[in-house]
Every structure is written in C-alpha cells, then in structure tokens.
Ligand binder design. Structure first.
Ligand code: ZN
Length: 326
C-alpha cells in the first residue's frame, strides 16, 4: 500500500488537519479548536492526541505514513524544530514543537512557518502547477509570502526570506507598519491597508462617489466594499484600486526581476477580488519588469483557498524523490 501524508495547519483559532495521498489529494480533513490557554501549553498535546485518535478511528497505523508536515505561526528554527514568537498562540517562549509532537504520535515531524506552507500548497497543487520557481503572496489582515526557488523554499539566514509584506513601496511619507518601519507593502495592500488608502484618497477627492459618501458618513468600509464599488465604476474606488495595484506591482516587479519565477500567485482574502485586482497589477507589472521577465513570469490568483496550508504542510513530509513535479 502506498504511504500517505499528514498535513497540519496550526492557526490562532483552529488547527486544521488532513490525511493526503502522496500525490497531494486530500482524503480526510478535520479540525479542532486551538486551545491557547495557559500560554498555549496544551496545543501540541491536543493536536497530537487528535491525530492519534483519527488514525485509530480509521484503522491506520504509523507505518502507513511518511510523516506529518506542519505550518505554524511564529519563527521556526528548522534544525531544532523549535517555534518562537507565535504571539497569537500565546507562545512567547520557545516551544519544542517537533520533538513534543513526535513523542506523542511516534511519527516524523516537519515544520515550517504558515506563510511558507501556504506557498508550498499553491505551488504543488494550486495555481503554481508544480513549478520549480513559484512565489506566493497572501493579502489578508497582513501581507505574507513564500518563495519557492529552484525546487526549495527559501528561508534565509534567520528565516525571514519571503517577507514580501515588508518590501518598501512608499519610501517617502509612508504609513507606520507594525514591524517598526514605514512604507511597507502591508500598510497599503492588506485588507486594512486598502481601507487606509481609500480614506486617505477620499480627503482629496471632489467628484461624486458612493465610496467617498460612505467614508464622509463614517460608515464602516472594507476592502471588499472598495472592490465591489470599483466594479460599479465608482470613480474613487477605481482610483484606489489603481493605486493599490501600482504598489503591489512595484513590489512584485522587484521579485520578478530578481527571481524570474514562472508564477507569482496572489492569495488571501483580498484575492477574492479576482480579475479586478489581477488586471491592473499585471498592467503595471509589465511596465516595470525586464523584457525576459515580462515574457516568462506570470501573475495569477490562488486556487486552493483555505486548503493551501494543509496541502503545503503535507508536502514537507514527502521524501524528495517522490516529488515528481519539482
Ligand atoms: Zn513592515
């Protein structure tokens, strides 16, 4: 019988888990709530117990698995299997996640951070189509990313490779970012960043606009509202989307010029805007990149949604010689 994979996507509110074939097809999927009480000290135990219980339920034993791949928030020390700084899990101190989980399950454990794992998922089974050079950018409450280059994920010297959200796109008069610097892509292209740009641009906008009216009336607006109004040709919304697309294209053009990946995939909640986001980005991107990059690096929208994490995590546990597509 062919060995299977287990993918775990650890988040601040839930832990998503799945059993997959070695080709990345999800066979079984379940989740538990993340118990962040007592400094998150129950998390590893509870997810390990849940895995054991599921395998028993399905009549499967450890010999039938290559191992468990897991995506986690925070900074991952890949050599030691330690996670630190995952504040949404209340893990302020170092956590020996790999060894703890291996002890409970008896399985081999492979860790990476959540943004990298989502990148791996999209690259393997989503819009990346198994390519060897794929970059993933996620636009959600923040802006994250992962770089898969020449067949492997890039970590960098301290695990900060692929922090696309902190590429400077406003060198002058940039907004303050949570990372401590100013003008980061995240401050203008995350869901909250888009609203910030809309409010700022509304101040100088004098034509008729529903978006302008909503902002003047202090109604709550969202990035989705901006895109919805953009589709209705609201002139302020169209201008906001154009501005944001420019910033995104600027950051992505540097990535394109530097890495020349076959695909740059845009995911996360904001990417639900689809073509109304993709088209203006591509149009700026094409003006900003080197000709060879223009011809060979394509930008597209992610296709896996919330499953990118469990699928990419599972890929971590796949032995190198089984990844035929890489
Ligand atoms: Zn930043």
């Amino acid at each position: 019988m062919e060995k299977k994979l287990i993918g775990v996507d650890l988040g601040g509110t839930s832990v998503k888990m799945a059993i997959l074939t070695k080709d990345g097809e999800v066979e079984e999927k379940w989740s538990i709530k993340t118990n962040i009480s007592d400094n998150g000290s129950h998390i590893v135990k509870e997810l390990g117990d849940s895995l054991n219980q599921k395998l028993t339920e399905l009549g499967l034993d450890n010999q039938q698995f290559y191992g468990v791949g897991m995506g986690t928030p925070g900074t991952v020390n890949y050599e030691k299997g330690i996670v630190k700084g995952a504040y949404n899990l209340n893990w302020s101190k170092e956590q020996h996640v790999r060894d703890g989980l291996a002890r409970i399950t008896g399985l081999s454990i492979f860790l990476d951070n959540d943004a990298n794992v989502a990148a791996l998922g999209e690259r393997w089974k989503g819009a990346g189509e198994g390519g060897a050079n794929v970059v993933f950018v996620t636009l959600g409450t923040g802006v994250g990313g992962g770089i898969f280059a020449e067949g492997q994920i890039l970590h960098g010297v301290r695990g900060a490779a692929g922090e696309i959200g902190h590429v400077t796109v406003m060198p002058e008069n940039g907004y303050q970012c949570t990372c401590g610097k100013k003008g980061c892509l995240e401050t203008v292209a995350s869901a909250t960043g888009i609203v910030r740009v809309a409010k700022e641009m509304a101040k100088e906008f004098s034509d008729v606009s529903e978006l302008k009216q909503l902002i003047s009336d202090e109604k709550e607006i969202t990035s989705k509202k901006v895109f919805d109004l953009g589709k209705k040709n609201d002139q302020l919304a169209v201008a906001v989307i154009d501005r944001i697309s420019f910033y995104l294209a600027l950051a992505l053009s540097h990535i394109g010029n530097m890495l020349n990946p076959e695909k740059i995939i845009i995911g996360g909640g904001v990417s639900a805007a689809g073509d109304s986001l993709l088209k203006p980005i591509v149009s700026y991107f094409e003006k900003m990149v080197f000709p060879v990059v223009r011809e060979s690096t394509k930008i597209s929208i992610a296709t896996l949604g919330n499953d990118a994490g469990i699928i990419g995590a599972a890929w971590l546990a796949l032995p190198d010689d089984e990844d035929q597509e890489a």
